[in-house]
Design a protein around this ligand. Structure first.
Ligand code: SF4
Ligand code: SF4
Length: 359
């Protein structure tokens, strides 16, 4: 007989760092276009997997010496290699017992609404759009949403159905969402990515996390964001969700702004772009990054990407993160002031003041 314990043992043996299981009823009330209950009607259980981000992949950015490892290992590596391999192995254990394993790896930009801002319809994906305009053999642009989708039968949600990964992780008892919108877990703080599997097997379920709040509401993520993308803790710009009785609350982050700063970091945090480029701000291409405009939208971001893409000529299918400010600020606080990462490492992530270019 298939049990939760069998699934968790298989998950850890295959390389997951943590596994939690929720009944599908925890998603009652979610909007249809983001409700995993709509994936298939017989689904009874949602299995969530945590994959830790090694702290060391942030070391190069923390020191200002190496920027490639974080996006390639923590985003590309986990999303494309480590997590799918675990889903595959655990799926086999479930299907050997006669139940279905609907694996769901991390995938962005496939829903009916934009995964950037929830807007329906035609929202561009700037970095891929640049690939199209400059190199591609086709004229088809990539988008943050599917454009012409429709329900395949009455009662269905139009494909591809995407759900909120971090809330699903909370539903599986894996952690809580911090002010920075990152998933925080007791074991790894903000350092993980997640993947899911849905099955028609009925299992034993984990409670949602109910210990000391994992987010210390310290504001380090707000202070250390180079783009000012995360509203202040006292701001009423926040999002509140009632997840089957558990109140989850996080800052209403300016996601388009983060899209620009996360990848290009800005004048003081991006050592790859010469000072003159920022000073010149040719054709206003860097208006958003330089604070000339506060209007963060896909047009402004496309300008930034076009202006700066060539200064870090590596490409792994993922944005080449250069900021990591919120995640490193969070780790640093949780290690030093107590909280979920206390005592995990012999030495703290941060041993000196964060660097900032003098220009
Ligand atoms: S990823 Fe970077 S730009 Fe985005 S919110 Fe975090 S610190 Fe700010
Ligand atoms: S940096 Fe502080 S406020 Fe921000 S998510 Fe982490 S613990 Fe919460």
């Amino acid at each position: 007989m298939l049990t939760s314990q069998m699934i968790k043992e298989a998950a850890l043996a295959a390389g997951a760092d943590k596994c939690g299981i929720a009944p599908m009823s925890r998603f009652n009330g979610a909007p249809d276009e983001m409700n995993p209950q709509k994936l298939f009607p017989e689904a009874k259980s949602c299995i969530g997997f945590v994959f830790r981000i090694p702290r060391g992949v942030q070391r190069g950015i923390e020191e200002g010496t190496q920027f490639f490892q974080y996006p390639s290992m923590a985003y590309g590596g986990i999303n494309e290699i480590f997590a799918p391999a675990v889903l595959y192995q655990v799926g086999k254990v479930i299907e050997d017992e006669g139940y279905e394993a609907f694996v769901y790896r991390n995938t962005g930009a496939r829903g009916v609404v934009s995964d950037m801002d929830g807007a329906p319809g035609n929202t561009l994906s700037p970095e891929e759009q640049i690939e199209v305009t400059k190199h591609a053999k086709t004229a088809t642009a990539h988008h943050r949403s599917v454009q012409f989708t429709r329900p395949t039968r009455e009662g269905n949600t139009a494909p591809d159905l995407q759900f909120q990964f971090r809330l699903a992780a909370v539903a599986c008892g894996l952690g809580e969402i911090g002010w920075s919108k990152m998933l925080l877990t007791p074991e790894f703080g903000p350092l993980q990515r997640v993947a899911f599997l849905f099955t028609d097997a009925e299992l034993e379920y984990d409670e949602m996390y109910s210990g000391e709040p994992l987010c210390r509401k310290c504001g380090a993520c707000v202070r250390e964001c180079p783009g000012g993308c995360i509203p202040d803790l006292k701001s009423d710009k926040k999002i509140t969700v009632n997840l089957d009785g558990k109140i989850c609350e996080w800052a209403d982050i300016d996601m388009w702004r983060c899209y620009a700063f996360y990848t290009h970091a800005g004048r003081y945090q991006n050592p790859f772009v010469p000072k003159e480029i920022w000073d010149k701000n040719e054709d206003g291409m860097l208006d958003l990054m330089e604070g000339v405009t506060d209007e963060a939208n896909e047009q402004e971001i496309l300008k930034v990407y076009n202006a700066l893409a060539k200064y870090f000529p590596s490409w792994i299918g993922y944005n080449m993160a250069k900021c990591g400010g919120c995640i490193r600020g969070c780790v640093s606080v949780l290690e030093k002031k107590g909280g979920c990462m206390e005592n995990r490492f012999h030495e703290p992530l941060r041993t000196q003041r964060p660097w900032k270019l003098d220009r």
